[in-house]
Design a protein around this ligand. Structure first.
Ligand SMILES: Cc1ncc(COP(=O)(O)O)c(C=O)c1O
Length: 399
């Protein structure tokens, strides 16, 4: 047998796959109710509409759809991304737009363009595992700043900026954050921009959930508050159309996006042309905002069903949880536990899956007494049943 270990690069040796994806393997049993993943509601996917569009494109313009495309994306697709970004003030006349194979690729390649070994990235703690893992592959140091109910602690952010050399960027998901479901207040948004200017760092604003508000008032994006060209904005069609189509985009200063375009060229050449054409045609033929509105309403109902079930089935006063105004996640803390693992195992015995908080931590080895709940993908009946079973598991573990 070959010892493959010795061939691995130092960069790759310490890397672990996403524990959430590992968990999916344990969840192969279809009777398990998953409150673990981050999938949008598949019941609303416009399958019939997209089938007709795909058929039309491949019949009328097979050469256009099946040939190589340009790295930056189809002009019509860039226009679609621009329209989405304009709604939240996330694009200026002199900005460049790049279509990415999911926002994830934009985040990864932005870090690749910026980060040298030993550089630092300030991230929210906890934060999105996909981005944290992407950053880790560039051998940087992640400096965590705690997320509060109204976004990251900006006093701690200033301390982190003051006390650390080589900080290249702040990575934030200000709206309906993954995993906490919290939204950064307007005051904090302004402060983040002020601090980025003061300490001369860039900001990566990741906003895949911004369109999914079901209560409260919209807040300006960080990108719209930026007057110096410091914010790079990552947007996505994953949560408003289909994650499987892998359509995302980044917007920002042309000098930086030029570098990212070169990295994309060597990475995947371009985002699949057929998917881009389908998205463009969908947006031409249908009102995507109407489709998003259906999603918002459904997510609001699902979130309320989860909150009501938590109120009914969780042991009183034993679990703190966030109340999101949009997005797809909420975040729970069990102050009486040091480590959430026994609860995760007990819940799986009862056939309900949740994600332990350590997955979203900067130090993934440190025990966490928190867990994430997703309310977009399960049906309302399963959400209620899942929370009921989780309540039973909590009662047993906290006994
Ligand atoms: C915060 C955050 N950023 C980025 C992404 C990736 O989005 P995409 O599917 O566009 O790659 C996700 C997906 O779950 C996410 O939660």
């Amino acid at each position: 047998m070959i010892n493959y270990e010795k061939f691995y690069s130092d960069r790759v040796k310490p890397m672990k796959g996403s524990a959430i994806r590992e968990m999916f393997k344990r969840m192969a049993d279809p009777s398990i109710i998953s409150l673990a993943g981050g999938n949008p509601a598949s019941e609303l996917f416009p399958g019939a509409e997209l089938a007709e569009i795909a058929n039309d494109i491949l019949t009328k313009n097979p050469a256009g759809a099946l040939q190589y495309g340009t790295t930056d994306g189809l002009p019509a697709m860039k226009e679609c991304a621009r329209k989405r970004a304009e709604k939240v003030g996330a694009v200026n006349d002199d900005d460049q737009i790049l279509i990415m194979t999911g926002a994830n690729q934009g985040i990864d390649l932005f870090a690749k363009a910026l980060i040298n070994k030993g550089d630092k990235i300030i991230v929210e703690s906890p934060s999105f595992i996909g981005s944290l893992n992407a950053f880790r592959t560039y051998e940087c140091e992640l400096v965590g700043v705690k997320v509060e109910s109204d976004g990251m602690d900006v006093c701690k952010l200033e301390e982190a900026l003051k006390n650390n050399d080589n900080v290249k960027m702040i990575y934030t998901i200000p709206t309906f954050q993954n995993p906490t479901g919290t939204t950064m207040s307007l005051e904090k948004r302004k402060k983040v921009i002020e601090l980025a200017n003061k300490y001369d760092v860039l900001v990566l604003e990741d906003n895949p959930y911004g369109d999914l508000r079901f209560s409260g008032e919209d807040l300006p994006t960080l990108k719209s508050l930026d007057t110096e060209g410091r914010v790079i904005y990552a947007g996505s069609f994953s949560k408003i159309l289909s994650p499987g189509m892998r359509l995302g985009y980044i917007i920002g200063a042309p000098a930086i996006l030029e570098k990212i375009e070169i990295l994309k060229q060597v990475n995947d050449v371009h985002t699949p042309v057929l998917n881009q054409m389908m998205c463009v045609e969908f947006m031409n033929k249908y009102d995507i905002d109407e489709y998003i509105e259906k999603n918002r309403r459904l997510y609001g109902e699902k979130c309320n069903a989860m909150l009501d079930a938590i109120d009914k089935y969780f042991p009183k006063g034993k679990v703190n949880y966030t109340v999101p105004q949009g997005g797809i996640f909420m975040w729970c803390e069990c102050p009486e536990l040091n480590d959430i693992s026994p609860l995760v195992d007990k819940a799986l015995e009862k056939k309900v899956a949740i994600v332990p908080g350590s997955n979203f931590a900067i130090d993934i080895k440190a025990p966490s007494n928190m867990f994430r709940l997703n309310f977009s993908s399960a049906t309302i009946d399963n959400i209620v049943e899942g929370i009921k079973r989780l309540g039973e598991a909590l009662n047993e573990v906290l006994d």
